[in-house]
Design a protein around this ligand. Structure first.
Ligand code: ADP
Length: 372
């Protein structure tokens, strides 16, 4: 049996005696791992390292001799969220595998690296014999993602100031010239305002998404009346559209716990989409209800609808459907992603029911106060 790895250490030495013989299949695992381009580490049930492959040595800059018998904790940087390790151990002890993108480790030199890690227990019958960790280095991808998020944050921040100024000046002009200009010119001014508002909305989406990614989107939770908020949003929103009539039905019996401004954003986003994606319809329904624990708000339109294949992806970041009509509508595919993240932070739910050509019903629920 070829269990010797070039130059460094013999695999026969690192595989416990109990595995040699009865568990030939498992014995082949380190042999295969030697050839793996991805780093592999094996520990015994006491959490001591007894095998690492050459790719692991290359990534971490530790040699096998330096780490054998030690705990893989020597790699920990303190930057991996604690809950990841808690979930990991819960899963492993139940004999289940666990994968995550959130492990940030450090090399022997102290340099950090991030990995997509898969952990799994190897059993003999019912008994766990050892644990395998497989890493895939994603440091480069994560760095690029962070740079991209930082760029989006800076760019949208810089774009916001001129747009806000343009919007304010066009509003002032509209008021000052109201009596003195022709209907034509009023139409032009109104359009400047409308387009700057749209730009503002797009920039806000970009800003929000970059704050979400960097964990800087602030939330101020307090008890509030969702009926009153929906009423206010509907009245304000109705001013911005002369193509659709918004009808509110139902009510919620108790206050909810949440960030009123963020829920305002969710409602405006859903109503904006309801208008954008139903150009030939003329009504939008907004329905309020509650059960014992949750308040639910549903925004229903009678427009394009969403096909079955798109439904599972609709709340994903940058997701836009590829349909011809919807393609003509401007957007980044961020609005619903932001809504979903906001509702998630409230420990609520967001979902959609829709049929192509029949319109859509977007709903979200929020916990009522005094419900556990
Ligand atoms: P955006 O509208 O900026 O593209 P969203 O995240 O708000 O981004 O929406 C993602 C996609 O979901 C849209 O591009 C559209 O294809 C689809 N969509 C959202 N709301 C509706 C709706 N009410 N009716 C039909 N399609 C919708």
């Amino acid at each position: 049996m070829q269990l010797r790895r070039k130059g460094t250490h013999s695999l026969r030495r690192v595989i416990p005696r109990f595995l040699q013989g009865s568990m030939r299949a498992e014995l082949q695992f380190p042999q295969l791992s030697d050839a793996s381009p991805d780093p592999v580490l094996i520990t015994n049930t006491k959490g001591q390292i007894y095998y690492v492959n050459p790719a692991w040595e290359k990534l971490t800059e530790y040699t096998f001799d330096e780490v054998k018998g030690k705990s893989p904790r020597l790699l920990q940087s303190g930057k991996t969220p604690r809950k990841i390790y808690r979930t990991l151990w819960k899963r492993l002890l139940k004999g289940q595998t666990f994968s995550t993108d959130e492990i940030i480790n450090k090399k022997k030199t102290g340099q950090e690296f991030q990995v997509h890690a898969t952990y799994y227990p190897v059993k003999n019958g019912n008994k766990i014999r050892f644990y395998v960790q497989m890493f895939h280095d994603i440091t480069h991808r994560k760095t690029i993602e962070k740079q991209k998020d930082a760029f989006i944050g800076i760019a949208s921040h810089e774009l916001k100031t001129p747009i806000t100024t343009l919007s304010a000046y066009s509003q002032i002009l509209e008021k000052r010239l109201d009596e003195k200009i022709s209907e034509h010119d009023k139409y032009f001014l109104k359009n400047i305002k409308k387009q700057t508002d749209r730009l503002n909305g797009l920039i806000n989406d970009l800003l929000n998404v970059s704050r979400l990614e960097s964990g800087k989107l602030e939330f101020h939770f307090r008890e509030f009346d969702l009926n009153a908020l929906v009423q206010r949003v509907v009245v304000d929103f109705q001013y911005t559209t002369d193509t659709h009539v918004i009808t509110k039905i139902g009510s919620i019996q108790r206050n909810v716990l949440g960030d009123e401004n963020r829920i305002d954003e969710v409602l405006v986003n859903l109503l904006t989409n309801a208008v954008k994606y139903s150009p030939v319809a003329d009504k939008i329904m907004i329905k309020l209800s509650n059960d014992k624990k949750f308040a639910t708000v549903t925004v229903q339109d009678f427009g394009y609808g969403i096909s079955k294949k798109d439904l599972p992806h609709i709340f994903e970041r940058f997701y836009r459907t590829k349909d011809k009509d919807e393609g003509k509508v401007a957007g980044f595919g961020l609005g619903l992603y932001i809504c979903a993240q906001i509702i998630k932070r409230h420990k609520g739910k967001i979902w959609v029911e829709s049929r192509k050509g029949k319109g859509s019903r977007f709903s979200f629920s929020l916990p009522l106060v005094n419900s556990d």
